[in-house]
Design a protein around this ligand. Structure first.
Ligand code: BG6
Length: 481
């Protein structure tokens, strides 16, 4: 039998984002980002950790990259914090912040690790929120362009793969957690889509900049993506699933790859007073910013069913307790769709459906629709982890999760889909956006809790050693039991 390996040069790696792992929130000239502020408010409400120290990657990146090298990582996907580079968002460049990312990128390269750089992962400089409500204002696009141009120009000979904006769809969904939104504006759902329109412009501008400035550079967005299945065989549920797919997925993808808004989704927004204001020339900017690939953050699938006209609109909920079944609610769009639990699938303790087959489904479906190479920039199991007395973490459930997703990814590759990389979430334990340090994703354990930062010592988990073999065999070992 043929050995079932991944393509030559496949970029095995892992992922992080700046505010979730760096810490040093106010060090070396950095000013607050909106996530520093948001996490500190959230910490007060929930008891989870804030973003001030997190996993201290800022000071320990060399130790971390040494562990990444031993793991065999070929790529490392991380983000740059705008508020380290231009602390107030639109003023002076902070040379110390630039020096940090230069050192981080050089350390990756010196260790044979390809840097995959995200320009924006939720952490707008707080000063821009205070000045003009952040992404709500069109001025954010201009300021982003200046920041992106500087970063791309600075690292153009070192970084080939660029990700523009992380998870626009999730930013729309959870807009007042991924942004700081004034109380007076919170009920105005149109602003979610206005912000998103500004991000579409920012994304397109960054794509164009990479193509203009980076020799051989490749660029795309990183989208939080779930396939949406019909809750039943009823045709009405199939149409609801299509509606949900249009509003939650195609609404972003059609912009990235076709340069226009998905019609059905846009009509729904117009009918409900939610559509963004589009100025003359905007769609030309969007069309000029071509993506080379799509980066996918895939954790779970969703199910949808028909929704009556006479219910209230609502957005996705949270599970704050880590007890299955405590999800606070599901998204509802009257007359369009409602998201519901899929009884066919088990979930994590935080109610995220576990669906390895969904990985094959999205890769094949997206490749058929857009015919562009795909990257996996996040995928992983959020779980409780325990450090045992022998200094190990026996995270069998995470190994099982990653193994099954990799097998599904292989099936998609075998069916002809072009997949460039796999960068699971997360390289090291870091601050979860919703559940602090209770919910962990890392291949490497970071010894701290929400209440006590301890010494932040690193311990490779069992999944680290398992993944090390996967990389060493270019994927062949995923078929062992
Ligand atoms: C993705 C984000 O949505 O999911 C990450 O890009 C995030 O920033 C990850 O950490 C997991 O979500 P959570 O809420 O469990 O941290």
């Amino acid at each position: 039998m043929l050995e079932r390996k991944f393509p030559e040069g496949f970029l095995w790696g892992a992922s992080t984002s700046a505010y979730q792992c760096e810490g040093a929130a106010l060090e070396d000239g950095k000013m607050l980002s909106q996530q520093d502020v948001e996490s500190s408010q959230y910490a007060k409400r929930t008891g989870f950790a804030d973003a001030s120290v997190t996993s201290d990657h800022y000071h320990r990146y060399k130790e971390d990259i040494r562990l990444f090298k031993e793991l065999g990582m070929k790529s490392y996907r991380f983000s740059i914090a705008w508020s380290r580079i231009i602390p107030d968002g639109d003023g002076e460049i902070n040379e110390k912040g630039v020096a940090y990312y230069r050192a981080l990128i050089d350390e990756c390269i010196a260790n044979g690790i390809e840097p995959i750089v995200t320009l924006y992962h939720y952490d707008l400089p707080m000063a821009l929120v205070e000045k003009y409500d952040g992404w709500i204002s069109r001025q954010s696009v201009k300021d982003f362009e200046r920041y992106a141009r500087f970063v791309i120009e600075t690292f153009k000979y070192k970084v080939k793969y660029w990700l523009t904006i992380n998870e626009q769809s999730i930013i729309v969904q959870f807009w007042d957690r991924k942004n700081i939104v004034r109380d007076e504006l919170k009920g105005n759902d149109q602003l979610r889509f206005q912000m998103n329109h500004h991000m579409n412009l920012a994304h397109a501008i960054a794509c164009k900049l990479v193509h203009e400035l980076v020799p051989g550079g490749k660029v795309g967005a990183a989208l939080g993506y779930s396939p949406i299945y019909a809750a039943s065989c009823k045709p009405q549920d199939a149409i609801a699933a299509m509606n949900a797919h249009d509003l939650k997925n195609s609404f972003y993808l059609d912009i990235y790859f076709k340069g226009h808004y998905n019609k059905a989704a846009f009509r729904y927004l117009e009918k409900n007073g939610l559509a963004p204001v589009i100025e003359n020339g905007d769609m030309d900017i969007i069309r000029a910013g071509e993506s080379d690939f799509l980066a996918l953050n895939y954790y779970n699938s969703e199910a949808a069913k028909a929704c009556p006209d006479d219910v209230a609109r609502s957005w996705a909920g949270y599970n704050l307790t880590g007890k299955k079944g405590d999800m606070s609610g599901y998204e509802t769009h009257p007359g369009f769709y409602q998201i519901c639990k899929n009884p066919e699938l088990d979930t994590t303790d935080w109610d995220w459906a576990i669906d390895p087959d969904g990985m094959e489904y999205i890769l094949r479906d997206l490749y058929t629709r857009y015919n562009k190479p795909l990257m996996i920039t996040e995928n992983g199991l959020g779980a409780y982890d325990t450090l045992t007395e022998d200094g190990r973490v026996h995270d069998d459930a995470r190994i099982d999760y990653i193994k099954k997703h990799l097998r599904a990814m292989y099936r998609a590759i075998d069916a002809g889909v072009e997949v460039i990389s796999y960068n699971p979430w997360s390289a090291i334990d870091l601050l979860s956006t919703s559940n602090g340090y209770k919910k962990r994703y890392g291949l490497i354990y970071v010894d701290r809790t929400d209440d006590d930062v301890k010494e932040l010592k690193r311990y490779p988990k069992d999944s680290y050693y398992w993944y090390q073999k996967v990389i060493a065999t270019n994927g062949a070992s995923i078929w062992e039991d």
